[in-house]
Design a protein around this ligand. Structure first.
Ligand code: GLN
Length: 549
């Protein structure tokens, strides 16, 4: 019998429900169980693919090409679950299906209603995962009390009833704010949130109380009394430096132990094995030095839109026991050649993915800087495309551009994906998900991955135009990754440069703290070497010589 854990949130949004769900998954895996996770998002967009990253944060892409909520990124980084289309559902997707069926006449004259039609469909989505793992963790987006999340709450209430008490657990994530004037942690918002949950028929089994400081036993007892939750199941989810500490904070308070007992699984549980995780967190908190990376892009300040990238850089640093300091550089501020001294402060430059024309000139200046000054450079998706444009312009002397930024450009070195020509809608028209890529012998990529063929995830509309392959390679650019059928260019490099690589895919989606991605590991390695060269040069310059005196 598959077991379910439902995770809801109360009081305010942004409490880290996704991290909490992922951490529970991590802990249960450490006890020997297989887990999978699902995010249910109450908004009406069919998927987050068309939502602004300003509003919604990163769009995470799965192997099968689903554009999903960024929480799926946490799920994959914290567990071994293999996620797909089926692991993220929105109200929009559910209504789309129901309305389609209604128009087709499937309901045979019945009145189509939220209960039972919408709730049944939600339950179907949750039940579909039963074959994937021993334990399914379902996280409901939004906050208890939101109008739009009500059908989801009702569906999981019904589901608990159908599954039986012993086969499901309800975990509620709340806030226990610290009120400075009173110098006290306050439990009232949590009490209200649980009251709201009980009003819709859900009694939580465990409370994960987010707070700035640890909850005392006295406070836990108070929350326990008012909310009718076992005092041991009132968990102090205090703020931590790194999200990767959360599973350890939960482990200290026996979250796994209690959940397994509630699910009747304690007899089958193995000893908790978090050794590698503990070692990783230890290295993360005690780095042997640091490295400074300049990230040149748009949406600067909106770090959530580059969640996976930030994590992948951090993982790359972990592989070398270094702390990675990321500086978010607004591309629009860069002009040539004034940007040179500013960019010289970094050990490496990265241009991430993005859409639209704004900031592209600045990205091109940053790439020119990295190329001419021999600074390690990593271009991802848009970053590879701008790397090709920069090379075409400044090395091959072409008046080149991408048709995304200038449809009338004389040299379209980047142009719209062949198979998408003639399609103008924005939803669901991109090259999405995992595709194989063959790596060239003797390339940086081949060396980093250590294998001849890889699979990576994509999310783009434009591509390298192979009509320009001859002129660009004659200029010194090398194509080092392509699809096995030779259709798409996936990786470009610049031989002779210490580390200069652009890829059309998004390697950041597959990086994990325990398995840092090969390209990020290699990029950070190159950045460290550059840093050492840089420091050696400044030292040499500051040593007074006989001539200098
Ligand atoms: N805008 C570019 C394209 O659509 C790059 C996309 C990206 O960086 N994800 O191809």
């Amino acid at each position: 019998m598959v077991k379910y854990i439902f995770v809801t949130g109360g009081v305010v949004s942004s409490l880290g429900k996704g991290i909490a769900a992922a951490s529970i998954g991590c802990l249960l895996e450490s006890r020997g169980f297989s887990v999978t996770l699902q995010k249910m998002d109450p908004y009406l967009n069919v998927d987050p693919g068309t939502m602004s990253p300003f509003q919604h944060g990163e769009v995470f892409v799965t192997d099968d090409g689903a554009e999903t909520d960024l929480d799926l990124g946490h799920y994959e980084r914290f567990t071994h679950a293999r996620l797909s289309q089926r692991n993220n559902v929105t109200s929009g997707r559910i209504y789309e299906q129901i309305i389609f069926r209604e128009r087709r006449g499937d309901y045979l004259g019945k009145t189509v209603q939220v209960i039972p039609h919408v709730t049944d469909e939600i339950k179907r989505w949750a039940r579909r995962l039963a074959e994937d793992a021993e334990i399914v963790i379902v996280e409901i987006g939004g906050t208890v009390g939101d109008i739009e999340s009500l059908p989801f709450m009702e569906a999981i209430r019904q589901l608990r009833h159908e599954l039986g008490r012993d086969n499901s657990v309800h975990v509620h994530v709340t806030l226990v704010p610290f009120i400075a004037a009173a110098q006290e942690l306050k439990t009232k918002p949590t009490q209200h949130s649980v009251k709201e949950l009980r009003a819709i028929g859900i009694q939580p089994d465990m409370l994960l109380c987010r707070s700035e400081r640890p909850l005392s036993d006295e406070l836990k007892a108070k929350i326990s009394l008012f909310c009718d939750v076992d005092p041991k199941a009132v968990i102090s989810a205090r703020d931590v430096e790194s999200v990767y500490e959360v599973p350890l904070v939960f482990a200290e308070q026996g979250v796994d132990e209690q959940i397994l007992r509630m699910l009747g699984l304690e007899g089958r549980a193995g000893r908790r094995d978090l050794d590698r995780w503990i070692d990783m967190v230890g290295r993360l908190k005690n780095p042997q030095g640091e490295v400074d990376i300049g990230l040149v892009g748009k949406y600067v300040g909106y770090e959530d839109s580059y969640k996976s990238l930030k994590e992948a850089l951090l993982h790359g640093g972990l592989a070398h026991n270094r702390r990675v300091n990321i500086s978010w550089i607004e591309a629009e501020e860069l002009v040539w050649p004034d940007c040179v001294p500013r960019l010289q402060a970094y050990d490496a430059i990265l241009v991430p993915g993005g859409f639209g024309k704004r900031g592209v000139d600045g990205m091109i200046h940053a790439i020119r800087f990295a190329r001419e000054y021999q600074v390690p450079f990593f271009g991802i998706c848009l970053g590879m495309q701008t790397m090709v444009i920069e090379f075409a312009r400044n090395v091959c002397g072409l008046d080149a551009d991408s048709t995304e930024f200038n449809p009338a450009t004389p040299h379209r070195v980047i142009y719209k994906l062949r198979e998408l020509k003639g399609i103008d809608e924005l939803g669901g028209t991109m090259r999405l998900g995992a595709y194989p890529c063959r790596l060239a012998e003797g390339s940086l990529a081949r060396k980093a991955y250590g294998v001849p063929q890889i699979s990576e995830r994509h999310r783009h509309r434009y591509e390298f135009n192979r009509d320009y392959e001859k002129v660009l390679t004659a200029g010194g650019l090398r194509i080092t990754g392509e699809t096995p059928d030779g259709t798409y260019v996936e990786i470009c490099e610049l031989p002779g440069h210490p580390w200069f690589l652009g890829c059309q895919f998004h390697p950041e989606f597959k990086s994990k703290p325990l398995e840092p991605h090969p390209l990020f590991r290699a990029f950070i390695g190159a950045a460290i070497e550059h840093r050492e060269r840089r420091l050696a040069e400044t030292r040499a310059l500051s040593v007074p010589t006989a001539h200098g005196r």
